[in-house]
Design a protein around this ligand. Structure first.
Ligand SMILES: Cc1cc2nc3c(=O)[nH]c(=O)nc-3n(C[C@H](O)[C@H](O)[C@H](O)COP(=O)(O)O)c2cc1C
Length: 321
């Protein structure tokens, strides 16, 4: 089944593996792209020289004798301090797809499109989806409140956001946030999306570059273990631990952004997700973590998600025939 999204991205299936700081290096991106989806490097936690090394490794891993290279993406959080260096690498390595997030879509879209990239932009509200369309992006990723990582202040769930964005824009639309099964992909398609972006599920795969202790913790998460935090600073969904409880307590006491920034400090996300400090580190994961029970390889996961989606669509069709 080809959707406008898979045609745009030149993928076999409309599943995007999300760019995720400290979790999505070339091994994960290669596994997903080679399985027919779109693998993504999470550039937000890479210095330019690291991104370049990752691009080289990924291009190697996607090279198949005589066959055209599989597509892949780089996720570029636009607030990243060395964004100019990353842009130059994206241009030099002719990255086919760039997924921009955390910033103004009018800033770099034309430049990236002039370099031949397809540009997708992540939004958490209908207002910003319209802005992204006006800025000339190729597709919009609507990310709901359930999602892991940084999040919108509006707290709009995927179920509410996707149909609202579908009504407001004409571009290919990707649903993100809370996608944990083939049935959820089918639901996203029913809401008007042309495909999905999945983060949390891929953070807990064999090829994810996250620390083993973080992956193991994800596999024991239960409903209610993640909560949106730091809303007055940069909203992010955190998995429960001493650090997250400290933040929630400070927020209950009504402290301001400056004090929250001090509690956060520097390097917390690396400490938690990459170095495996489950007590004091920042652990970013979505609500769907409550469904993750084991660490699985990303390629077979991608294929089985799509098979389950197709089976769900068939089952639904049989209900009305
Ligand atoms: C560990 C983790 C790190 C993330 N880092 C980023 C990032 O660097 N840039 C970004 O645009 N989104 C980031 N996200 C959000 C994902 O790109 C994606 O939109 C989200 O995970 C989808 O929701 P899900 O987690 O419910 O699948 C991150 C998510 C997770 C779980």
């Amino acid at each position: 089944m080809f959707t406008p999204l898979s045609r745009l991205l030149h993928t076999q299936i409309p599943i995007i593996q999300a760019g995720m700081i400290w979790c999505s290096g070339w091994e994960l991106a290669a596994a997903v792209s080679n399985a027919g989806g779109l693998g993504t490097l999470g550039a937000g936690s890479m210095y330019p020289e690291q991104l370049e090394g990752q691009l080289k490794q990924l291009l190697n891993a996607l090279e198949i004798d005589g066959q055209p290279k599989k597509p892949f993406a780089v996720n570029l959080p636009l607030l990243y301090p060395q964004v100019e260096d990353h842009l130059r690498l994206i241009e030099a390595y002719q990255v086919p797809v760039v997924i921009c997030s955390a910033g103004n879509p009018s800033k770099f879209t034309s430049r990236l499109k002039n370099a031949g990239c397809k540009v997708l932009h992540v939004v958490s509200s209908t207002r910003f989806a319209v802005k992204a369309q006006e800025a000339g992006v190729d597709a919009v990723i609507a990310e709901g409140f359930e999602a892991g990582g940084h999040n919108g202040r509006e707290e709009t769930t995927t179920l509410c956001l996707v149909p609202a964005v579908r009504q407001a824009i004409d571009l290919p639309l990707v649903a993100a946030g809370g996608i944990g099964s083939g049935a959820a992909i089918a639901a996203a398609l029913a809401l008007g999306a042309d495909g999905v972006q999945i983060g949390s599920l891929y953070a807990a795969t064999t090829e994810s570059s996250a620390h083993q202790a973080f992956k193991a913790r994800i596999a024991t998460a239960v409903e209610g273990d993640t909560r949106l935090a730091l809303k007055d600073l940069t909203p992010v969904r955190l998995l429960d631990n001493d650090f997250a409880r400290k933040v929630h307590q400070a927020e209950r006491e009504g402290v301001g952004p400056q004090a929250l920034a001090e509690i956060l400090g520097r390097g917390r996300a690396k400490k938690g997700m990459f170095e495996g400090d489950l007590v004091e580190g920042e652990l970013e994961i979505g609500q769907v973590s409550a469904m993750i029970r084991q660490i699985v390889p990303a390629g077979p996961l991608t294929k089985s998600l799509w098979e389950d989606c197709q089976a769900t669509l068939k089952r639904l069709a049989s209900l009305t025939s």
